[in-house]
Design a protein around this ligand. Structure first.
Ligand code: SF4
Length: 353
């Protein structure tokens, strides 16, 4: 896959765009001014693999809290600003690594200039975050609805405004709760702008439906080389957003490392409790650092053959199943011990590698 060429920005020390690995972001759902709770959640996100974390800044207390959070957090901090440009200026002064503003509600050009000046002085980028639900009224009148072209025009307007203030350290997002609209808007934006793109489906839903929406929308773009950083929005623990984001990047071939589990859907030939076995194997290998594919198959008739590309696998049978490695059967094991035996085989090789 050829990645779209974009400029590079830095959020803290983390690069976005310009060929850098696609990063995973999430957003805390704590009150930002509750510093201990926010720091605890940031740490959980970091442990889950999050690269950058965004915090809501709805008031001055939250903006001023960013100083202590920045000092103690293990991740770069993005301040999320709506309506009041003074919060952006305070957040930049407190040490935020990036400011996200919504062009639809930040106010007059002079207010945007003040934010740009504050960010330039501290060398921190701005994300222009266009949201289909809060487009400027004149654009809604012109296009009749929040279309992809309306979203791109909103982005263009604010990029030109920032550029006119000699500010170019920009990241861009165009989000909608509709997957086709998000995909169309980002395809247009990737053709039009040189800036790195932050991808996301906004208000995507709960852990299951939100993951599906995000996987389809972000996957469609990532597989075309579009997108430099992602956030999977879920009505769930933010840690789930990070897990989902990493899984999407892995599925798109953009992140290596860790186990890729493949398992058959099972059918009338299945000889074991496949659902339980697959879940056990997945849980036991959760921390495995090696970049391997592990197959859990329901029967010996087709299992090893269907999972030929797997590095390791098991295939169930009536009472006894097989373990296989690189397509070759390496052991016959009673069905109830298959999952454990497979994990032991992998861990023995982990120890050797
Ligand atoms: Fe059915 Fe066996 Fe294929 Fe699984 S591996 S789907 S049990 S034929």
């Amino acid at each position: 896959m050829t990645r779209a060429e974009t400029r590079r920005i830095y959020v803290g020390g983390v690069p976005i765009g310009g060929g850098a690995p696609v990063t995973v972001q999430s957003m805390c759902n704590t009150k930002t001014e509750d510093v201990p709770a926010t720091l605890a959640q940031i740490e959980r996100l970091r442990e889950a693999g999050c690269d950058i974390v965004r915090l809501a800044v709805p008031n001055m207390e939250a903006a001023r809290s960013l100083g202590e959070i920045k000092e103690k957090a293990g991740l770069p901090i993005v301040a999320d600003i709506h309506f009041d440009y003074r919060l952006a200026i305070e957040a930049a002064a407190a040490g935020a690594d990036k400011i996200r503003i919504n062009p639809g509600n930040i106010g007059s050009p002079e207010k945007v200039r003040a934010v740009a000046d504050a960010c330039r002085a501290r060398n921190i980028p701005i994300r222009v975050g266009v949201n289909s639900g809060s487009l400027e009224k004149d654009l809604l009148l012109k296009y009749g609805a929040p279309t992809a072209k309306a979203m791109v025009e909103s982005a263009r307007r604010h990029i030109e405004l920032l550029n006119s203030f000699d500010f170019d350290d920009i990241c861009l997002s165009l989000k909608a709760s509709s997957v086709p609209l998000t995909v169309e808007a980002n395809l247009l934006a990737a053709r039009e702008f040189p800036y790195p793109l932050h991808l996301g489906i906004t208000e995507a839903g709960t852990a299951y439906s939100g993951l599906v929406q995000s996987a389809v929308g972000l996957g469609a773009l990532l597989c075309q080389g579009i997108g430099d950083t992602i956030r999977v929005s879920l009505t769930a623990d933010p840690v789930e957003e990070v897990r989902a984001g990493i899984a999407i990047l892995k599925a798109a071939g953009l992140r290596k490392g860790g186990v890729r589990l493949i398992s058959c859907p099972s059918c009338g030939r299945c000889g074991i409790d496949l659902i339980r076995t697959a879940e056990e194997v997945e849980a036991m290998l959760a921390g495995c650092p090696r970049d391997i594919t592990v197959a859990v198959m329901g029967c010996v008739v087709n299992g090893p053959g269907e999972a030929r590309e797997a590095d390791y696998g098991l295939a169930g049978g009536q009472g006894v199943g097989v373990l296989f490695k690189k397509g070759r059967v390496v052991g016959k094991i009673p069905s109830e011990k298959l999952a454990q035996a497979l994990v032991e085989l992998i861990k023995q090789d982990d120890a050797k590698s």
